[in-house]
Design a binder for this molecule. Sequence first.
Ligand SMILES: [Zn+2]
Length: 261
Amino acid sequence: MDRSAIPSEIKREVRQRCGFGCVFCGWPIIEYDHMTPWAETQRHHASEITLLCPNHHADKTRGLLPEADVRQANANPRNTRVGESAPYAIHGFRGTTCTVSASPYVDFYANIARTGERLILFSIDGVVPIEFRLGADALLMTLRVADKEGNTILQIIENELVFSVAPWDIEIVGARFTVREAKRDFFLDMRLLPPNRVEIMRWSYSSKFGRVDIGPEGLRLFSVDNPRITIRGPGKLVIDAALGACIGENSTGLGAGIGVP
Ligand SMILES: [Zn+2]
């Protein structure tokens, strides 16, 4: 019998059970492992599949990691034990310009060597949930993603990614990162494209001062006092500014591409 692909529903069940990372080390770049070799079972049951990082998977395949040890780690996965993922370093962001796409219709671009060494996508009454900063030998990305109650569920602090195991699903496939609350309900859908580009297809950030919504229909900015601003196609708008959009008070000292007072 040919080995068939693992159905996506089963993969998700395995990710949820294992805390979205290698059951030994918590690393979020994972492979699916049939704890009993496929040749013996020839079936995909979520309870018989676990998550291993490429290193631990290679050890198991070479016979350097006994199946019993894998089962033991699977019974108490590292990330669910700790409550969050092991830190993952994002490599390769560098240069003096960067672009962040916020929906298919808006590119925030900045030459940050020229414009104050930071590209801040949004400032909401002084809070900056996403930015790039020019470090000594790298571009440093910072991003905070929270749930509706304001709990941090994923953060990248200067290129180091950590996420909570609380969301319904977290998946990293190639350069695409998705965090979901339910089947079609995205907290975040983005692609990291080093050396100097990030594409955010879905993300919402809100505070009591305002809200930013990025989705397939475009970019929407709200402030508490003003009607929303919506930017959508057919064309693409490129905003060349160190502070892309400012909602509320501007305490960054940078000129804003879009202001929502
Ligand atoms: Zn591992």
